[in-house]
Ligand binder design. Structure first.
Ligand code: SF4
Length: 67
């Protein structure tokens, strides 16, 4: 599983961080970053959260790749 945040689309609402703050965090620049590396088993373990964040992000900035 891989997670991408398009920082050009992110508006810093923090919804993703509220869903799972082990995966997403807002930077000092006010955009979300992904804290866990690609294909780390911890991403697969919280796949439901990733999908929720992808669907709830109001700007469509989050893309989840793989399953
Ligand atoms: S939910 Fe979307 S817009 Fe909000 S901080 Fe996360 S990536 Fe950015």
């Amino acid at each position: 599983v891989k997670v991408r945040v398009d920082i050009n689309r992110c508006e810093g609402t923090g919804y993703c961080e509220a869903i799972n703050d082990h995966v997403f965090a807002l930077t000092d620049q006010g955009v979300a970053e992904v804290l866990i590396p690609d294909d780390d088993t911890r991403l697969k373990a919280c796949a439901a959260d990733l999908r929720e964040a992808e669907s709830l992000c109001p700007t469509g900035a989050i893309t989840v790749i793989g399953d």
